[in-house]
Design a protein around this ligand. Structure first.
Ligand code: PMP
Length: 655
């Protein structure tokens, strides 16, 4: 719907609805939400306004070129209209011409798209939860028993005057009910659409109970042939079916049909993500209305780009985010994409992965905000989050993006050895400040701060020990250092103590690394998460190789996050099993000590380390020999009951 001919057809429909030759009406009359305009300039709501770019029906108008803007200015002047509105422009579009002509953006929600990636029931279960998906299916099946559906191509509407009348009547009642200033789907508007360029691609869906029409909708095929725009829907409020969620039920039917005809998406129009997410939408592109009126151009616009972090290493400040990732927020669902040099004949895996992961980032943040110890992560947004190929990839990215030759990396052994490994590979001087205390959970903060490292990497809960660090000491490093602090929380979901994720909003030198590999059971999907302030995320993005997060992984992650109940139950189970194993091992004759653990493994010091390791090897049981980090120890992951008991039996044989 971003072709100029489509725009023209929709403008004609709007003019017809307004009963004029030109698309002129006040924002109030056009039914634009008052709040948006009154907060801006209350008078703007009532002034006669030339609607430019495209009509209000369109979900998103392309940002007009300088030439089109000039044309609009001329028309407004000729018509004596004091105000011009270009509605629903994507925030990702180039709006320079609008800005130069004195237009000002007013936030207008998002265009909301349901991407049909696979089976409809499966994707809805992943996006809206199993209970809602089953309810939609049930009401769809029951509506299908009581009501009939009919599809009428708009170009053939002349043959079905009853459908035209019912459509107009239901829309008239709808706009009366909602107190909307104006009904954009009047008889005149519908006739203009039916006589215009969109008529062949637009269908009216009519649902009847016996002879009476209870529901109507309009959908238009996209010009790239891959998707469907859901333009409008109206329901008879007096029909018994209207007491159910007939709107969502109809959409469910539209998704099923679209999927069956090989379509890839359904566009739900402009709205708010919180309203459209329960309908299955998973792509939200922020939109602005652009308004030109006296006095507005002088308003200061809040900067939308937070700027790069002061920690970005020198070359990172001079390079942009690499090609395809730079345009990651520019939606391509309704374009004809001939840019990827891939083979179009071999199915969806021939396409490059989606780069717009905003929705998945929001899903991750809202899911973890429900976890114990994660309260008030609400200050974090998708701009605070980067998905990487596992969290170890995040370590490599941040060292490359934020540390320069000669700047040191501080690690606190015994800890995860890959931090030091990457620092060495990147030729960054390494400072090792060993953990202290009987449980190896105390930081030597004085030595860390005295070393003045560029990056300090902490692991909490710490691998291979399993203990949590002292939070007061962690905070002392975050607030006391001149450099960055990275906290690797790969195992935090197994701990009862809080995560540091919420502190990211307060400290511009803090990076929290998370992973879907451990508690979430998705090591195979390779999904790590870096949480940091947007300026740091920007720096990491400039270093990251695009397309590492495949569509298959994104879909596995979405599915797991939206069905978290099973994950939480398994975490509880692992904790209980860990505590059982710790009790048994503590009494075991080959064991000298079991370290306290808040992770899903136990660090165990053995009396005869080498002999026991050999025995386990003989018995075909693999545990991590971490004697090279902490003499005489091994790290035992908590498995299922059978695996744990097999380990205990093998240890007993080693006595
Ligand atoms: N951090 C720590 C502390 C780990 O123990 C591990 C896995 N052994 C990782 C990161 C790696 O996680 P991912 O699979 O996300 O790369």
């Amino acid at each position: 719907m971003r072709r100029p001919t489509d725009t023209e057809a929709l403008q004609q429909a709007l003019s017809a609805a307004l009963g004029s030759r030109e698309p002129v009406g006040s924002p109030a009359q056009l039914g634009l939400r008052d709040g948006v305009f009154t907060a801006f300039d209350p008078a703007a709501l009532e002034r006669p306004t030339l609607v430019g770019g495209a009509a209000l029906y369109t979900p998103a108008s392309p940002a007009p070129t300088a030439h089109t803007v000039d044309e609009l200015l001329r028309r407004a002047e000729a018509l004596g209209v004091p105000q011009i509105l270009v509605p629903h422009v994507r925030r990702t579009d180039d709006a320079r011409a609008l800005r130069a002509a004195g237009f000002v953006p007013v936030a207008a929600g998002a265009e909301c798209v349901v991407r049909l990636t696979g089976d409809v029931d499966e994707l809805l279960r992943a996006r809206v939860g199993g209970a809602r998906q089953r309810a939609l299916r049930r009401s769809h099946d029951s509506a299908a028993r009581d009501l009939t559906w009919e599809r009428i191509r708009l170009s053939e509407l002349g043959g079905a005057p009853w459908a035209r009348d019912a459509f107009v009547e239901l829309h008239r009642r709808r706009s009366e009910r909602h107190g909307a200033g104006h009904n954009p789907y009047s008889a005149e508007a519908l006739d203009a659409l039916a006589g215009g360029a969109l008529a062949d691609r637009t269908e009216m869906l009519v649902r009847r109970r016996g002879d009476s029409v209870v529901q109507v909708a309009l959908t238009a095929r996209s010009h790239n042939g891959r998707g469907l725009y859901h333009l409008t829907q109206a329901i008879d409020p007096d029909d018994p079916a209207a007491s159910g969620d007939l709107h969502a039920t109809a959409l469910y039917g539209i998704y099923l049909d679209a999927r069956r005809s090989g379509l890839h998406w359904v566009h739900l129009g402009p709205g708010e993500a919180r309203d459209k997410r329960p309908l299955g939408a998973d792509l939200f592109v922020p939109l602005d209305h652009w308004l030109r009126a006296d006095g507005l151009a002088d308003r200061e616009e809040a900067p939308r780009d937070p700027g790069l972090s002061r920690f970005a290493a020198q070359p990172v400040t001079t390079v942009p985010v690499p090609g395809p990732a730079r345009g990651r927020l520019q939606p391509r669902f309704d374009t004809v994409d001939l840019s990827g040099n891939t083979n179009p004949f071999l199915g969806t895996a021939s396409l490059y992965p989606h780069l717009d992961t905003v929705e998945l980032a929001d899903t991750y943040l809202s899911t973890i905000s429900e976890l114990p110890g994660h309260g008030s992560t609400g200050a974090l947004t998708a701009d605070h989050l980067l998905f990487s190929s596992g969290s170890v990839d995040g370590v490599m990215l941040l060292l490359a993006a934020l540390a320069s030759p000669g700047e040191s990396v501080c690690v606190t052994p015994p800890t995860f050895p890959l931090y030091a490994h990457f620092a060495r590979l990147l030729r960054l001087p390494l400072v090792e400040v060993p953990l202290r205390g009987d449980d190896l959970s105390e930081l030597d903060t004085e030595r860390i701060l005295a070393a003045d490292p560029r990056v300090t990497i902490l692991c909490d809960p710490n691998n291979p020990v399993g203990t949590r660090l002292d939070p007061a000491q962690v905070l002392a490093v975050v607030t006391g250092t001149r450099g960055l602090v990275v906290i690797d929380e790969a195992y935090v979901e197994f701990s009862e103590k809080p995560s540091y994720a919420r502190l990211v909003a307060e400290h511009d030198n803090l990076i929290v690394l998370r992973t879907l590999s451990k508690a979430w059971g998705l090591a195979g999907a390779r999904c790590g998460i870096a949480l940091a302030q947007p300026g740091i995320i920007d720096a990491l993005r400039r270093v990251q190789v695009p397309f590492g997060f495949t569509d298959a992984s994104q879909s596995a992650v979405r599915d797991r996050l939206t069905n978290a109940r099973r994950v939480l139950a398994s975490i509880r189970h692992i904790r209980a099993e860990r505590d059982r194993m710790a009790r048994i091992l503590a009494e075991h004759p080959v064991v000298e000590r079991v370290f306290p653990s808040e992770a899903n493994f136990l660090l165990v010091r053995l009396h005869k380390h080498e002999r026991v390791m050999e025995q386990l090897h003989q018995a075909g049981i693999v545990v991590a020999d971490v004697g090279f980090l902490i003499p005489g120890t091994c790290r035992i992951s908590i498995g299922n009951r059978r695996a744990n008991d097999a380990l205990l039996a093998a240890l007993s044989a080693a006595v």
